[in-house]
Write a protein that binds this ligand. Sequence first.
Ligand SMILES: [Zn+2]
Length: 563
Amino acid sequence: MKKISLGLLLLFCFSLFAQENYPKDAFGPPMDIPIILAGTFGELRSNHFHSGVDIKTQQREGIPINAIGDGTITRIKVSLWGYGKVLYIAHPNGYTSVYGHLQKFSPAIEAYIKKLQYNKKSFEVEVFPDYGELKVSKGELIAYSGNTGGSAGPHLHFEIRSSISEKPTNPLMYGLDVADATNPILEKLFAYPLTDKSHVNNNYERTQVNFSKQSDGTFLADKVTALGDIGVGFIGFDRLDMAANKNGVYSVELSVNGKIYSLYDFESFSFGETRYINTLVDYDYYGRNRQKIQKSFKSPGNNLSIYKDLYNDGKIKINEGLSYTAKLLIKDYAGNKIELHIPIKGVKNLLGNKKEITKTDNYVIAKKPNNFDLGGAKVYFPTNTFYEDFYIDLKKGKDTVTIHSNTVPAHRNFTITFDVSKYSKEEQKQLFIARLDSKLRPNHANTYKRGNEFTTRTRNLGTYTLAKDSVAPTIRTKNFKEKQWLNNYKYLSVQIADDLSGVDKYSATLNGEWILMEYEPKRNTLTYNFDDKIADQTQCVLEVNVTDNVGNTNTLTTSFYRK
Ligand SMILES: [Zn+2]
């Protein structure tokens, strides 16, 4: 007993320590422009919480980025996806700062990476420099802001992680100066009956509740009648000063008659738990309406560590004849808040029996592996693919498989296997598995071909089909014409595209020597920088090779002059 108490005490001290130990004055800002956020830490993204802040860069690229503190660069990555060009700095105080979607690095780091890219003959590279090999000091220029990787517009993605646990932490806790005197905004409120016998406003389903602003600035919901275990959820966002962006809120507290039932905030989380976001949001509503309801109660399978306080998993037990006041308190990091009161009265259920749930031929048990043979196609869900057991809707059409719909989240990858034996070996070469998007356009899914079986691994429910790509990628010059003199040109630009399966790989040579061409999939361009000084001669021959995801290849050979 003594040992356990001591352990608990230590744990308690550690968490106290961890919360208050964020250094407030150690770091400077990553840019010299005013810090305005287009995205906050913990913001609800698709299948993950945002692990940093997105800092606006005045709608342009090329803003100098400075190291926020003394340190050593521990990782540099150039990727077509994700963070694009990204740089990690470990600081002596135990934190690592991360700078993503960069346009380019500082001249010294750019030279370091270029050397690696030419050695590996690859645009995409990742390197972990030795500790102390690339030292930086506070305020030193390290890069320029950009829009590389999975970025929809120019901005800096900025993170501060614990160097040891790699847990991302809220960058606003380190004294970053962000103007925010604007309250969060509440858009919609919902109440949920959580058992077979519960009801809300004589309804067995998620029920929207109206609310209005009171003269004291708080909000008051319409009176709710209910019985049994119920829950509360909302759609809302935070607005910061000088920005129209809908950012995520910092903390959400639900209390009932003065007692806190649930409280979570975005101080920190781990990458390992980020996908559990699909248990915090109402995934069914998201799948149908593309809007995220944040639930103040814990649903099955929710393993999130963001809760600071939890009573009865945030579920409110409503008894007949009794009255309750639930209070939802939503805050941003600066402490601006909205307060909503929900009057609830315990009233008998007048509905009768709950209506039967829709049954299908197939039932999935979340805690077991589930295998389905649909004739011509197979679907395999490993243990814990899903959070809950449910009747799954599986349909097989000609070369298509429909796996339920995107209203149920999958936590783990599952596999879909097509039997392609009815196709000739030649036809099979051009076939791939595609996922149909909401507009029924086929999107290439990584297809593993083994004999007459094509398999893909995915975490997205929906419709998959066999698609055929027989057309090679297109390649054409963009900023020059054949046999042109390019004396004052800084760049060579080439446009590449593939209509169906997408570009898989590319390479380029200048007079027979490999050159680095940076690929920007968002603009379908390959760019060569003449500063690389490869094959600097008067008559130049450029050759570009592009291969799509089923192996169709195209080559462009063109020439130009340069003195
Ligand atoms: Zn970001």
